[in-house]
Design a protein around this ligand. Structure first.
Ligand code: NAP
Length: 489
């Protein structure tokens, strides 16, 4: 089969990959392809479509800074509006011809002789480019827990991130497993519609009120006519959220104020003291992602919703058995059990210089330099790479900072006539030592089990600082941290 050759290959058509494509076009690079495993763009916002799915970051902040969206209908956008926004970006920036759907990355291998990444997709297509940019998404592979009997269940079993179109649970007995950000949005939508909802909670989460509301027509008209007004709204939201990094990173004790507010929220919405006690977390607020909801607790107070806090022992063909031997029947199991964040790519997916497999390079810990480049992997750039996640604001701010950095790296490659850039191991090690030092005193290290920590207890997900610091550090490509290979004469 022939090889499709390009100047740049992007993997993934979510916010990261599409943002990169827009940046390339802006920089005058038109020879690129975007490989997408699904048959539509949108990433997270294509896959997560369960009832109630919405963003818990305000709409004005959850869009590219260069492409404000005056059409948001709510302060916190529902999933389909975000997907529509991304589809609008594809049309506006004419990315359609660059998209290759059904192109799941099977293998990408650095060919040192040719100075190119040779890429094979699962459907057998071959691509090649000197530069590979991976926007694979931090939360793109659903996780199912290992629970005895899980495969024996006779009813329907769905994961929140793979909600079948048109699935209607009216009148069904539904078991929801997990009480994270997805479950708290889904359960209020099921309550009152399903015949019964049993919610299996392993650990309660802190929940704060969500300042959501419908945006008025006049606001949309204002933003459409004067984009400047929306920039002001975005700016205010940016600084309000940025301020939250202070307690999370520097002053975890201040989070007790938030804890008091969360306890008040719980008291206001749950009258039963026993239920309230089961919903009160032991760990400190901020250690896990703080959840926002106004309708989660009221749903749990309903007679047709049961909070089950006994551990799950096994799944049977009929339902769920807890550690006390009690079996609760269910027609449908809904797994709100999150994503394989710390799970690694299959062997052979990304293979760098001298046959180094990223899976092996990350055997001990997922590490990159500025969350973007990895020693041993020339001309590979990661979007949303290690330690670019946030607990306090919109991750798009991190993505955009990375777009600027990679854009500048490509300019450096071009202008200096280089064949490749590869981050020096010493630079990567020093950067990660700094990150781990800074993470040690933060809220995320206050002693809970969270998806931010790998099996060694190391936080490889979160950026421990303000987003403006990350933006400053990624504004220019710092060639001094890299091995620069000149092009062959
Ligand atoms: P999650 O936060 O990882 O929550 C998974 C839930 O499943 C937790 O409650 C966990 O309990 C539970 N669980 C895992 N294994 C279990 C087992 N064996 N038995 C019982 N319970 C089990 O997943 P998520 O809710 O899908 O959210 C993941 C991330 O996606 C969020 O943190 C957020 O970053 C993002 N998200 C964002 C939004 C948004 O509005 N922007 C919405 C949804 C999701 P433990 O707590 O005990 O581990």
């Amino acid at each position: 089969m022939s090889v499709q050759e390009h100047a740049v290959l992007i993997v993934g058509a979510g916010f990261a990959g599409l943002g990169m494509a827009i940046r390339l076009r802006r920089d005058g690079i038109d020879d690129f392809a975007i490989l997408e495993r699904a048959d539509a763009v949108g990433g997270t916002w294509r896959d997560n479509r369960y009832p109630g799915c919405a963003c818990d970051v305000p709409s004005h902040l959850y869009s590219y800074s260069f492409e404000p969206n005056p059409r948001w209908t709510r302060a916190y956008a529902p999933w389909h509006e975000i997907r529509d926004y991304l589809e609008h970006c594809v049309r506006k920036y004419r990315l359609g011809p660059h998209l290759r759907f059904g192109a799941a990355l099977r293998e990408a291998r650095w060919d040192a002789t040719a100075g190119r990444w040779q890429v094979l997709t699962a459907d057998g297509r071959r691509f090649s480019a000197p530069v590979l940019i991976a926007g694979l998404g931090g939360l793109s592979n659903p996780a199912l827990p290992r629970i005895e009997g899980i495969e024996r269940f006779a009813g329907l079993s769905v994961h929140s991130a793979a909600w079948p179109d048109g699935l209607d649970l009216t009148g069904r007995r539904v078991a929801v497993i997990g009480t994270g950000a997805s479950a708290i949005q889904l359960v209020p939508q099921l309550a009152g519609r399903a015949a019964q909802v049993d919610l299996y909670q392993r650990t309660p989460a802190w929940v704060l009120p969500k300042g959501d509301r419908a945006l008025h027509d006049w606001e949309r008209r204002l933003f459409a006519r004067w984009p400047f007004a929306q920039r002001i709204a975005r700016g205010a939201s940016y600084w309000l959220h940025e301020a939250r990094a202070i307690p999370l990173v520097q002053r975890p004790r201040w989070l007790r104020v938030g804890e008091a507010e969360a306890r008040r929220h719980l008291r206001r919405q749950i009258a039963d003291p026993a239920l309230r006690a089961r919903l009160t977390p032991d760990d400190a607020l901020g250690c896990k992602r703080v959840l926002l909801s106004n309708d989660y607790y009221p749903a749990l107070a309903r007679p047709d919703v049961e909070l089950v806090s006994e551990a799950i022992r096994e799944i049977t063909p009929r339902g769920v058995v807890t550690a006390d031997g009690h079996e609760r029947a269910a027609d449908v199991l809904v797994w709100c059990t999150g994503f394989r964040v710390q799970g690694r790519l299959p062997a052979g997916t990304l293979v760098g210089r001298d046959g180094l497999d990223l899976r092996d390079a990350w055997e001990q810990a997922s590490e990159a330099y500025l969350g973007t480049t990895v020693a041993g992997f020339p001309n590979l750039f990661l979007l949303n790479g290690p330690n670019t996640g946030l607990g306090h604001t919109s991750v798009l701010l991190m993505i955009e900072a990375q777009l600027a950095y990679i854009g500048d790296a490509l300019r450096t490659l071009r202008e200096r006539g280089l064949r490749s850039v590869e981050v020096r191991r010493e630079a990567q090690d020093a950067y990660n030592a700094e990150l781990q030092r800074r993470l040690a005193g933060t809220a995320w290290a206050s002693g809970c089990r969270s998806w931010y920590l790998d099996r060694n207890g190391r936080n490889t997900v979160i950026w421990p600082g303000f987003t403006f610091e990350f933006r400053r550090r990624t504004r220019r490509f710092d060639a001094g941290a890299y091995r620069l290979e000149p092009a062959a004469p």
